[in-house]
Design a binder for this molecule. Structure first.
Ligand code: PMP
Length: 418
């Protein structure tokens, strides 16, 4: 009620930022796809910490392993020293993720956020190629520090106009002019022409699905041609898999469907599997140009995160059944969105378990989100005008809970007109 609301607002008067404005209650506990609040409300979570909770809240195996590790005085902070938990994670990641996919990468643990890892990737590309410029796409989101902001497109996310560092050229994303217009000949021409005004890039950084940009998708064929284009122009291809990676689109990496091998891959969000910050850059071995202390930071790698991250890989990625289950759930979401597209004319967007619906008007998206929250369904919006409703349940969501969430979403989406 309003009493709870106003007292909470008083309590958090000094809190400046945004999700806290959506639900006037404190979140208290959560298991898998359910989140409970201080007001006794149970939400179905179609947000998953913006992709940081792909394996749901409080996976019992990860929780128990972490409690056991801490109870046994396992090392918490080790910086660059080898630790048992770090070694065990690296081995599991190599055995279950890299080797079966024929991928040969070194792993560089960076500061704990996606932003930190993007920053490290951009810096590495510049160091390894001796070039400065970077190509990034329209509607991209790569982070909030000044370098990663330069690669980020959305003016609103930039916050303060003109503060981003320079050295980024903007190219139109795969579907920027609609699905019929091929954007790569444009980029090819700009990079081939010495008087186009674009300096030869150290890297091209791309999301295969633009999570913050409104669930815009690149096709397998577009990504394959982008891979070839990067090679042709001596630029490294960086895939920012911070949001689309760790299984979000069905396969561990979001680019697997295109059968491409990026030079650098950025991972964060769900890498730890448990909502603990952990981020990394995967780099082709020959790109390891760092000398000691050229890229450091106190919180690179986190041993508690390594414990849960190893277990997440062991539990969910030892065979293909998890991928198959994510794909089945993605089809269920897609079917509901197809039907809504048919009935409302709103466009279905996205891929895997990062799909959504684009409203004609930003206000109707806001109204649908508000009513979904009232109906006990937690979800976010994205896109240039926040006009895209984003359905991102945990990949581990039970089928019945997914179905219930989708039916609440459908009912609300049909009840609001554009
Ligand atoms: N890259 C992408 C694709 C993202 O979606 C995000 C976060 N939304 C980031 C980078 C930045 O990650 P973080 O918020 O952990 O800094």
């Amino acid at each position: 009620g309003t009493d709870v609301q106003s007292s909470l607002y008083e309590k958090y008067e000094s809190e400046v930022r945004s999700y806290c404005r959506l639900i006037p209650h404190e979140l208290t506990k959560a298991t898998n796809a359910y989140v409970h609040t201080s007001a006794g409300i149970r939400y179905i979570d179609f947000f998953s910490g913006c992709g940081a909770l792909n394996y749901g809240h409080n996976d019992p195996d990860m929780r128990n392993a972490l409690v056991e590790y801490i109870s046994g005085d396992g090392i918490a902070h080790s910086l660059d020293f080898h630790s048992e938990s770090k070694g065990a994670f690296i081995k599991e990641f190599a055995d279950k993720i890299l080797l079966p996919r024929g991928l040969d990468y070194k792993i560089q643990f960076t500061g704990p956020t996606g932003t930190n890892a993007v920053e490290a990737a951009l810096k590495l590309a510049r160091k390894a190629t001796g070039r400065v410029n970077v190509v990034a796409f329209t509607n991209s989101f790569h982070g909030v520090s000044l370098g990663s902001l330069a690669a980020t497109a959305n003016q609103h996310h930039r916050g303060v106009s003109g503060i981003a560092l320079s050295g980024v050229s903007r190219a139109p994303y795969a579907d920027y002019f609609g699905r019929e217009v091929d954007t790569l000949p444009w980029l090819e021409q700009m990079l081939s022409d010495p008087s186009s005004g674009i300096d030869p890039p150290a890297a091209i950084i791309v999301e295969t699905v633009q999570g913050e940009g409104g669930l815009n998708c690149a096709s397998a064929e577009w990504l394959r041609r982008l891979r070839a284009l990067a090679t042709r122009h001596g630029a490294l291809l960086i895939v920012d898999d911070v949001q689309a990676g760790c299984g979000r689109t069905g396969s561990f990496f979001s680019f697997e469907f295109a059968e491409i091998v990026p030079d650098i891959v950025v991972l964060a969000k769900s890498l730890s599997g448990f909502g603990i910050p952990l981020a990394a850059v995967l780099l082709r071995p020959e790109l390891d140009v760092w000398q000691a202390a050229e890229h450091n930071g106190t919180f690179r790698g986190n041993n508690h995160a390594f414990v849960t991250a190893r277990l997440a890989i062991a539990k969910f990625w030892s065979d293909s059944s998890f991928s198959a289950s994510v794909e089945a759930k993605s089809r269920a979401v897609g079917a509901v969105l197809d039907s809504l597209q048919h009935r409302t004319g709103r466009l279905r967007k996205g891929r895997g378990l990062m799909q959504g619906l684009r409203c004609q008007k930003a206000e109707s998206a806001a109204e649908i989100q508000r009513r979904c929250l009232e109906a006990g369904l937690l979800l976010e919006r994205s896109g240039p005008h926040d006009e895209v409703l984003k359905l991102m349940p945990p990949l581990t969501i039970e089928d019945e809970v997914l179905e219930e969430g989708l039916s609440r979403f459908s009912e609300v989406a049909l009840s609001v007109r554009d």
